[in-house]
Write a protein that binds this ligand. Sequence first.
Ligand code: FAD
Ligand code: SF4
Ligand code: SF4
Ligand code: SF4
Ligand code: SF4
Length: 410
Amino acid sequence: MVANGDMLLAWAKDAEYLKKGECGGAVTAILKNALETGLVDAVFAVEKGYDIYDAKPAFITNPEDIDRLSGSLHCGTLLLPKMIKKFLDGAKDMKLAVTLKGCDAKALYELAKRQQINLDNIYSIGLNCGGSISPVAGRKMIEEKFGVSPDDVVKEEIDKGQFIIETKDGEHKGIKIDELEEEGYGRRANCQRCKTKIPRQCDIACGNWGVPADKAGKATFIEVCSDKGAELIEKTSGAIETAPTDPKFVAIRGKIEQAMYKLADKARAEQFAAMGEGQDRLSFIMKETSRCIKCYQCIENCPICYCVECSTKKPYLVTPGQVPPPFMFHMIRYVHVSDSCINCGQCEELCAMDIPNALYMHALQIEMQEMFGYEPGVNLDLPVLALVEEPTERKRLSDTGDDQIFNIFT
Ligand code: FAD
Ligand code: SF4
Ligand code: SF4
Ligand code: SF4
Ligand code: SF4
């Protein structure tokens, strides 16, 4: 019997998944089995598109198509939960198995607590995450630091602190991530600050940390994080081989996680300090956002932003037709989102003008967390600004012309 809290090593029984999978293919095997046996109606995950820099969402209902999913895409910076809300009706009437990095897992929780996603219908398969790389920055880094044409790279991986590439001629090259980041390459800035390394809010959390050397690349370490996770492993056990974990390697895994936290604390301290304090920080933010072309990508892609009536579109708050928009456009988002920002980086990654939106928002969120104790994305606790019911709040807004946050929880 598998139980909540168990840790195990797992790999696919299927020889092809075992070979093609990032760490033994257990995740692909579990997904396929869940679909074949009707445990879920569909799988929502990530697959390679045109090349390794093109991670794209994959919605799969036919088990034969699961083969497309094997492998981790580190240049993939998608956020799946917002898409579940937008395009799959929040999984309201559909059972889904979804693969989630830490930021995905946090977005899932923030949307679930706002009743935009039905968590009961989702098997959440967490992936440990050391970080991801923006596709554009990834290509530049490979060209400039590795001296290789990005189009010649057929596989990339992050292993033992190195970013490693494999070319179509079978050549392997690795450079330490620390070294890359010191020179301004490497993981996205928000990933450098991220402390959600093992997403234990998912039903299971999978990764290579804690896998013994002789099984490296051939097995996945699975931490079972809920009863539903235990049920998932039990029900899909026909598709995977499992072995017990070794306490020595569990301890090593813990040390790696702690080391990652330390690195993130250092990145936070450095990146937040670089913005200055108080009036200097405000001036910095105003200067950066003065490049804004009001493309709305920050709002479109932020998991916290999904309001039917967005305040940034109200003419009495933000004068229409002005580019760059008045600073109020950004202020509205800071006020509405900052308590719940999960540092997913979407508002920065997809900003047409490369404005470091996630940096300001994350810095604000951390300050609010210190003030109010609310940490977004880790459980179903309601955020600081969840004070009212939406109909009541909408009426108050319309009666008074006020623009304080409205509720979304009914
Ligand atoms: P596979 O059978 O190969 O299946 C992989 C699954 O992951 C597929 O379903 C695929 O759709 C999905 N997937 C691929 N890319 C993404 C993506 N970008 N976002 C969401 N889903 C995706 N483990 C660690 O222990 N330490 C790490 O530092 C670490 N960093 C990672 C960083 C990223 C960006 C990703 C995606 C994964 C990372 N992992 C890390 C997890 C690890 O690489 C494997 O995904 C995990 O061990 C499962 O291996 P597997 O062979 O069972 O998976
Ligand atoms: Fe991974 Fe965290 Fe970056 Fe998300 S924000 S991709 S979980 S490191
Ligand atoms: Fe993600 Fe930016 Fe929204 Fe924060 S504000 S949750 S970083 S999109
Ligand atoms: Fe985001 Fe605020 Fe607009 Fe809602 S009203 S979508 S929280 S900026
Ligand atoms: Fe402005 Fe960037 Fe947001 Fe577009 S994504 S509206 S350019 S801040």
